[in-house]
Design a binder for this molecule. Structure first.
Ligand code: ADP
Ligand code: ZN
Length: 651
């Protein structure tokens, strides 16, 4: 049975709202098209006002605005952005600003439900169509859609089949934009090919007017990108790949003697937070979950060996914060859009860095600080080798086996190295990050702050001395002078007569190079352009040699001293107020029958704690508060803030 539902937030009175109750019991408020909702047409709203009024944000994140502009100008797009980067906004804003309806194809039922709930919370007319809905609901949504009652419809790819009859009614709609989420599923070279994605291209062709086609994915190699472009016949698409860094994630690796003890220690430290514990096998999931629940920890489990009913139930327990800890294999997580996951612990090392980064990346999607901890042991390498062997026996491809073993080697290299973890991850994805991030366990334990004031003075003095002689030299020559080289060039140019010649003869060449790089990076020196860049002084140089400004630099420690992981998860600005706001949010969420984070993300509550809004205008300034939500929730939240301020003033 095909089915559908229209999702929505609390019911509203008024002539332009139609109320009905969906299968899950959420009250549904649908805004019909006559007259058109003010936020779409009146006074020509633009992307900025929509960003603020509907989503409550002041600024676009990296890449979002470019994608929105491309789509609004009628161009197709191929967007590769890491999980949590904010892909949804990239198509939701154009969908709201364009005429007609936008169709979002997504393979992920839970994600659809989430997104539609969130949109309806902001009074955007949205619905989804997938197998979780009854036939009645499906017909109801079709009727609304035909009457132009939606701006956004999420649909599962299975529903695009002609035999299903679902397609023909969609053909009758005024579709301006078709969005394909998880677009790598269309490629055989992607890690998750789905046959249902083969239905998308014929569907697009069947529409009376070719819509703008936007494709989104979190991971895609060049080969997969080419596949997506061809399979969906994108026309001169705007292509964008944004950076992979997730600055709010703290990365840690531990090699504990006893993983269970270490896990419990972390869970005790992370009490009251929601997180995922990934295990390599079903067996591990069972064991870990059993041990934790026996210890009174509210944990649930997920793996492919459970019945579909149990999987759904456990997933909901986790999403609705009834059980804040999820123990799972890699079968769990695709499409889980729970924004308040504040840690991901890997009980075992995964088989490759792609999987690791994707799973770890499920933490901190609301932008708040979150932790990703990998508990490594050598047995994990062995288990992975065994699993690779086994899967190869099934597929029979020796080439694939070599490939997977190579990926495993790189994962192991990551888990056992001593350099910056973020640096390693980003380098793996082809970026060139700095060698020290300051927010990973290796940076915290394998690096130390070194006073380089004297070294910096010597190097900058050398640049000044040369300048007095009217000379500019490159990094290599400066190092040679400082180390007292007698190369032909130095003798010929009489550079050995400089007072700075040989003043760093006891410092190694890489060490001097490292300090020079640091000085350039921090603006105490600069490099001229050209094929042979020359070192030149800057306006900050004088402070170092004349005012003896002290300088510290982070350097890898000679001796590795592993310390325990320090929590970087910032405590909410006002813990007591945060607790109160959370309680209020839980109440409102229960009343609206949506997960708590749909009302406001933790990051939004935290901002309220910091800014203590007492007026509606101040409330609107909080990131994550849009016009509709301000209207709905301003009053109770401000009341709690005012009470809190009053209590603290009198005590
Ligand atoms: P993705 O689909 O790329 O994994 P989402 O679209 O789910 O990511 O967005 C992740 C989170 O970031 C959401 O909580 C979303 O509200 C938030 N977000 C998106 N864009 C912005 C922005 N411009 N400013 C602040 N937060 C944003
Ligand atoms: Zn680091």
């Amino acid at each position: 049975m095909p089915s559908v539902a229209s999702r929505a937030g609390p019911a509203k009175a008024g002539p332009f709202f139609v109320r009905f109750t969906g299968r899950h019991g959420f009250g549904a408020a649908l805004r019909l098209n006559h007259p058109a909702p003010a936020q779409y047409n009146s006074a020509m709203p633009d992307k900025y006002s929509t960003l603020k009024s509907v989503f409550g944000y002041d600024a676009f994140r990296l890449g979002q605005e470019e994608v929105i502009d491309a789509l609004l100008s009628g161009r197709d797009a191929l967007v590769v952005m890491p999980t949590g980067a904010g892909k949804s906004l990239c198509y939701q804003i154009p969908a709201l600003l364009m005429d007609g309806v936008s169709i979002i194809v997504s393979p992920l039922i839970s994600l659809m439900k989430d997104q539609v709930q969130a949109l309806c919370e902001s009074d955007v007319a949205a619905a989804f169509i997938n197998s979780s809905l009854s036939y009645d609901e499906y017909l109801r949504t079709r009727r609304r859609a035909a009457a132009g009652g939606y701006k956004i419809i999420y649909i599962a790819p299975e529903r695009l089949s002609r035999e299903d009859g679902a397609c023909s009614w969609l053909e009758g709609l005024d579709v301006s934009l078709v969005v394909i989420d998880e677009a790598h599923c269309v490629s055989h070279w992607g890690h998750d090919f789905r046959t249902s994605y083969m239905r998308i291209a014929p569907f697009i062709r069947s529409l009376p007017r070719r819509p703008v086609v936007a494709t989104f994915t979190a991971t895609a190699t060049e080969r997969v990108k080419a596949d997506i472009e061809a399979a969906l016949s994108l026309e001169n698409p705007f292509c964008i790949t944004t950076g992979f860094d997730r600055p709010n994630l703290y990365f840690a690796i531990e090699k504990p003697d006893n993983k269970m003890r270490s896990l419990k220690k972390h869970l005790a430290r992370l009490k009251n937070r929601s997180g995922i514990v990934y295990c390599l096998t079903r067996r591990y999931v069972e064991d870990v979950c059993e041990e934790l629940t026996a210890n009174g920890i509210a944990a649930t489990r997920y793996h492919a060996g459970l019945s579909p009913d149990e999987r759904r139930e456990n997933q909901d327990d986790f999403i609705y914060d009834r059980k804040p800890i999820m123990i799972a294999t890699n079968a769990f997580g695709m499409g889980i859009d729970k924004s308040n996951v504040s840690f991901v612990i890997h009980y075992n090392m995964p088989k490759n860095i792609e999987s690791y980064y994707q799973e770890a990346g499920r933490a901190g999607r609301d932008g708040g600080s979150a932790e990703c901890i990998l508990l490594y042991s050598y047995e994990d390498v062995k288990t992975n080798e065994f699993l690779i062997e086994k899967s190869v026996e099934e597929s029979g491809s020796a080439e694939l086996k070599e490939y997977n073993l190579e990926l495993l080697k790189r994962m192991t290299f990551y888990a056992t190295g001593t350099d910056c973890l973020r640096g390693r991850l980003l380098a793996y994805f082809g970026e060139s990050p700095p060698n020290y991030c300051g927010a990973c366990s290796n940076c915290m334990t394998q690096f130390e702050s070194v006073d380089i004031t004297i070294e910096a003075q010597k190097i900058i003095s050398c640049v000044y001395r040369l300048k007095q002689r009217g000379r500019r030299l490159g990094k290599m020559m400066i190092i040679q002078i400082l180390r007292g080289s007698r190369s032909a060039k130095i003798i010929n140019e009489k550079l050995d007569g400089l007072s700075v010649w040989g003043i760093m003869k006891d410092t190694s060449e890489p060490a001097i190079r490292g300090v020079i790089d640091f000085l350039v990076l921090n603006g105490y020196l600069a490099l001229s352009g050209g094929d042979y860049p020359l070192l030149i002084e800057t306006e900050k140089s004088g402070a170092v040699i004349f005012e003896k400004k002290p300088l510290d630099m982070m350097l890898p420690k000679e001796e590795a001293a592993l310390k325990t992981v320090a929590s970087t998860a910032a405590a909410p600005a006002e813990a007591a107020l945060f607790t109160k706001l959370k309680a209020l949010r839980a109440e409102l969420a229960a009343a609206a029958r949506v997960p708590a984070y749909i009302i406001f993300a933790d990051a939004t509550l935290n901002a309220m704690c910091r800014k203590l809004p007492r007026t509606k205008a101040a409330f609107l300034e909080i990131p994550g508060v849009g016009a509709v939500k301000a209207e709905k929730y301003c009053e109770p939240f401000i009341r709690v803030v005012c009470e809190y301020i009053a209590e603290n003033a009198s005590s």
